[in-house]
Design a protein around this ligand. Sequence first.
Ligand SMILES: Nc1ncnc2c1ncn2[C@@H]1O[C@H](COP(=O)(O)OP(=O)(O)OP(=O)(O)O)[C@@H](O)[C@H]1O
Ligand SMILES: NC(=O)c1ccc[n+]([C@@H]2O[C@H](COP(=O)(O)O)[C@@H](O)[C@H]2O)c1
Length: 346
Amino acid sequence: MLCQCLVNVMPMLCQCDLMNVPWDGFGLTPAFAPVFLYKRAFLKCPLSKRGRRCFVPEERDCIFIFSSVFASACCSQSSLEYEMEVVLIACGSFNPITNMHLRMFELARDHLEDTEKYRVVRGIISPVGDGYRKKGLIEARHRVEMARLATKTSDWIEVDTWESLQPDWVETAKVVRHHFEELKAAQRDEDEDDTVSYGKKRRMEEEYPSINEAKHPKLFLLCGADVLESFGIPNLWKPEDVEELVGHGVVCITRGGSDPEKFVHQSDVLWRHRRGIHLVREWVTNEISATHVRRSLRRGRSVRYLLPDAVVTYVKEERLYSAQSEQKNADVVLAPLARYTDAGPS
Ligand SMILES: Nc1ncnc2c1ncn2[C@@H]1O[C@H](COP(=O)(O)OP(=O)(O)OP(=O)(O)O)[C@@H](O)[C@H]1O
Ligand SMILES: NC(=O)c1ccc[n+]([C@@H]2O[C@H](COP(=O)(O)O)[C@@H](O)[C@H]2O)c1
């Protein structure tokens, strides 16, 4: 009887604007909800191995879901919202990682989730490689290790070493592209773990391309206002890279002395993508900067409570940040400037 009911309702359901149905209210990812219901009801699939928030309805659940969905879909489709999964990625020197770097993630998550449009599922810290050649940049292995120690207490922020392990400096747009491809590949693997037949799934995706697009998490670049403003510095960023990054989405945290609103207003590219640029105002202003921390360390001053304790200990044990380390790369040109001008490395 249930099957007959589903056979009757599925074609009707497919004509609804599925993305506007409040699937999350039922604990389902929007794009997968109809697929899950279909699979659970007809094929009795097991739960996904990765433990995604799947719903395993019993008969009475199915009836409840379908009646609720129909009520919602018929009454006010346009007023219904769904949340998009977002992964945040912060690229930077993290020389060393500070409490403010970690705060940026929390601020960004609160801001995005407040809109009720997004659910932030993961944060990635990607320390830049040694090839960036910034003055005072200590070895990537130390910066990565400090970031690992700093994120041990977080259940959603992690460190990724791909960028830091590349032999040459990698443009941020390429780093974001790499991680976006990884997210898409992980999603594909997850789909393949599910036992719904490939053909059926493909047909559904072809028929409803928005399902395919919406099921990939968004990847937003997380940065401070200084990075957003640096988009305008000649020969630092390629215009097409800026276009690509803001096309993905950028979350920008305000920083003393910067005016990101003005900067977005003044840049044609940023203005065009203004809806994808999320400006987050930090009211509890916090001007911790890695430069300031390194200076304090060189002078033998305490940096406790500016950095996580585990990072302070690591810095002491490894004797990082001296007058000598600050001179590293002092005479060389920053990699992006060298790449986009004739300056070249010296
Ligand atoms: N106090 C802060 N407020 C807002 N954003 C910040 C702050 N500190 C760092 N960021 C952001 O964190 C990201 C990584 O920063 P980075 O590692 O370059 O740190 P930094 O403190 O700016 O370093 P440095 O002082 O060496 O230039 C960048 O997007 C930067 O804008
Ligand atoms: N053209 C580019 O892609 C470009 C230019 C300048 C800085 N960046 C990145 O921005 C980040 C900024 O770090 P710093 O603020 O420590 O210089 C780094 O990850 C760096 O790779 C990218």
